[in-house]
Structures are given as structure tokens and as C-alpha cells.
Design a protein around this ligand. Structure first.
Ligand SMILES: CC(=O)[C@@H](O)[C@H](O)COP(=O)(O)O
Ligand SMILES: NCC(=O)COP(=O)(O)O
Length: 237
């Protein structure tokens, strides 16, 4: 069973584009859970261009499924996560100006730093996951940091799969097998979509959770637009 955690960053992006509170991220988080999502993911960035730190606090009382907060563990982020105590924190090595996440950790080079940060979160009973590329050396490195889980960075797979290259799943499957063997839980995310999720899930052993935002919100627009246009047309009759 693989849990679906809905990343609601894009709802905040839309809200922020107009000021005000439409669409309302809190209501959206409540709704995705009502519709069956098994988790809510946010990825606050230092510039707060989409999800804001305040949203992270406001979401805490309404996320009754798994609350996953992702980000680079700078001091401000760590303090917030330690205060909120979500179900899971996913550490991502984003550059400050990165448009979106674009690489996993070098868990070998950053072993001491990650070990320290992870132990602090675990001391506070927060499950930890680290974002990694599909490289077996990084899976072994991740294990040495003490993390509970890894999140496989799936952008490469998603891109290759869209070009018809199904072989691109192989390093992910190999890494998942290794993670299962050495006792690391396996999550995955980035550019997963209705087009590629079934193939990914079917080929990744022990996939515990996927977090999906960009495609899921885009698909919701595509699949909802006909209904809404018709609702407007009915009102204009
Ligand atoms: C770690 C990951 O792949 C996602 O959290 C992604 O980075 C979403 O962040 P943005 O919404 O800022 O693109
Ligand atoms: N951890 C990945 C995530 O939360 C969503 O990534 P994306 O679906 O917005 O690419």
C-alpha cells in the first residue's frame, strides 16, 4: 500500500498571485483529506513565495492524516519543524534561489551534518526522510545518517518515461530494493503524475509514500475546467 500525500504548494502560489486568501490553503488541505488523500505535504522556501511559514503553523490543527514538511534544514526551518512536530520532515538540499528541487543530497559528503540534524528531529519523535538521487552509494550513505526513510528524486524517471524510455525505472528499483534490504523506508516524489504513477508504483518494491503536487494540481485544473465553464454558462443563461 502506497500512501498519497498531496503537496499543496501550488495552491499557495495561486493565492499569493492575487494577495487575499483565494484559494484557501487550509480549506484545500481539509478537502484533499476528505477526498481520501493520506497525507499533506508542504515545502516552505526561505523566500516564502508559495507556502509561508505561517501556513505551516495554521495547517497543523487541520492535517489529521500524515503531515510532511519538506525543506532545507536551515535554522529557521529547523526551529519551525521542531515547534510544529509534523509526522515527517523531508530534508531537501535546495539552493536558496532554486526554482524547484533539482538534486538529492550527497549523503556521504554531508554525513556529519545530516546525522546531527536527523538525530535532533528523531529526538523530538519526528520521522525523518532525506531526498536522494537514485544512486546506490547515496542509499548506503543515507543509512549511515540514521534517517528513517529516503525520498527518491523522481524527476529523471518522469522525464525519461515521458519520452518512452521505460528502462529509466531501473536505478530506482535497484535503490528501493537496497533500501528495503538495509531497513530504510522508501518514499518518492517530483514530477510524478497520472501518466507515470502506476508504472512507477508497479516497479518499485516497498514504496511507502509518494508526494505529488505540480502535476496533481494541473490535472485537477484540466479535469475540472469543463464542469466549471458549464456552471458559469448556466448562470449566464
Ligand atoms: C522535494 C520535491 O521534489 C518537492 O517538494 C518539490 O520541490 C516541490 O517544491 P516546489 O513546489 O517549490 O517546486
Ligand atoms: N516531494 C515531492 C513533492 O512534494 C511534490 O513534487 P511535485 O509533484 O510538485 O513535482
Amino acid at each position: 500500500m502506497t500512501k498519497l500525500s498531496v503537496n499543496i504548494n501550488k495552491i499557495a502560489t495561486l493565492r499569493n498571485s492575487r494577495g487575499g486568501d483565494v484559494p484557501n490553503v487550509i480549506q484545500f488541505a481539509k478537502d484533499v483529506q476528505r477526498f481520501g488523500a493520506e497525507g499533506v505535504t508542504i515545502h516552505p522556501r526561505p523566500d516564502e513565495r508559495h507556502i509561508r511559514y505561517q501556513d505551516a503553523y495554521d495547517l497543523k490543527p487541520v492535517v489529521h492524516t500524515e503531515y510532511n514538511i519538506e525543506g532545507n534544514p536551515i535554522t529557521k526551518f529547523m526551529d519551525m519543524v521542531l515547534e510544529i512536530k509534523p509526522t515527517q520532515v523531508t530534508l531537501v538540499p535546495d539552493g536558496i534561489n532554486a526554482l524547484t528541487s533539482n538534486a538529492g543530497w550527497d549523503a556521504i559528503k554531508n554525513k556529519d551534518f545530516l546525522t546531527e540534524v536527523i538525530s535532533e528531529f528523531k529526538r523530538n519523535n519526528i520521522r525523518t526522510s532525506i531526498f536522494v538521487d537514485p544512486d546506490t552509494k547515496q542509499i548506503e550513505g543515507a543509512k549511515l545518517t540514521g534517517t528513517d526513510r529516503i525520498e527518491l528524486y523522481t524527476e529523471g524517471f518522469a522525464h525519461q518515461y515521458s519520452l518512452g524510455n521505460n528502462e529509466a525505472i531501473k536505478p530506482y528499483a535497484t535503490c528501493a530494493e537496497l533500501a528495503n534490504k538495509i531497513g530504510l523506508g522508501v518514499n518518492a516524489g517530483h514530477d510524478l503524475s497520472l501518466e507515470n504513477i502506476k508504472f512507477f508504483k508497479d516497479n518499485i518494491p516497498g514504496l511507502l509514500e509518494v508526494s505529488i503536487g505540480h502535476a496533481l494540481i494541473s490535472e485537477s485544473l484540466y479535469l475540472g475546467i469543463e464542469n466549471v465553464v458549464n456552471m458559469y454558462l448556466n448562470k449566464l443563461k
